[in-house]
Design a protein around this ligand. Structure first.
Ligand code: THU
Length: 163
């Protein structure tokens, strides 16, 4: 029997002004994206902005549907847009933020498991870590250097090849 401990390192900032200029811009783009979300059922508006290695920023927001499971989270809208339009370009950083119509979000958003899985595959695809910046409407900013810090033991394509 072997007991293994897993360590995750992340950083927290009290003020977004402590982030680099481009990271502040990315958070702002995520905020702008959240304001255009289509979330009439949850009233929870999420925005995600991606910085590509060519300097381009793309963003997305959650798109809900009356058939609830047909909805899609902001992170996947943004990352699939990047995959569709810039298939060969690595993603350097993703900023994700949210706001609710019914309460004030003072904690960093925690991306759902499906989005963690989807974003992880882009790290593998481009062999490049994606830095994650998480924030609510206000409050601290949480930063991870890789999606894998959010999803250890992700399901990988190589598992499909196992016999
Ligand atoms: N949502 C996101 O867009 N990203 C997340 O990481 C968590 C949840 C959306 C899905 C749904 O439209 C709303 O937030 C409430 O769950």
């Amino acid at each position: 029997m072997k007991k293994i401990e897993l360590k995750i390192v992340f950083t927290e900032f009290d003020d977004e002004k402590e982030l680099s200029a481009v990271e502040q811009e990315l958070l702002q783009k995520a905020r702008e994206a959240s304001s255009m979300a289509y979330a009439p059922y949850s009233d929870f508006h999420v925005g995600a902005a991606l910085l590509l290695e060519n300097g381009i920023i793309v963003s997305g927001n959650n798109q809900e549907n009356a058939a609830y499971p047909s909805s899609l989270c902001a992170e996947r809208v943004a990352i699939y847009y990047a995959g569709a339009h810039y298939p060969d370009t690595a993603i350097k950083t993703i900023a994700i933020t949210c706001r609710s119509k019914s309460f004030h979000v003072n904690e960093p958003l925690s991306p759902c498991g499906a989005c963690r899985q989807a974003m992880s595959e882009y790290e593998i695809r481009h062999k490049s870590n994606i830095k994650v910046i998480l924030m609510g409407e206000t409050g601290k900013i949480r930063v991870m250097k890789s999606i894998s810090d959010l999803l250890p033991f992700m399901f990988k394509a190589e598992e499909l090849k196992k016999i």
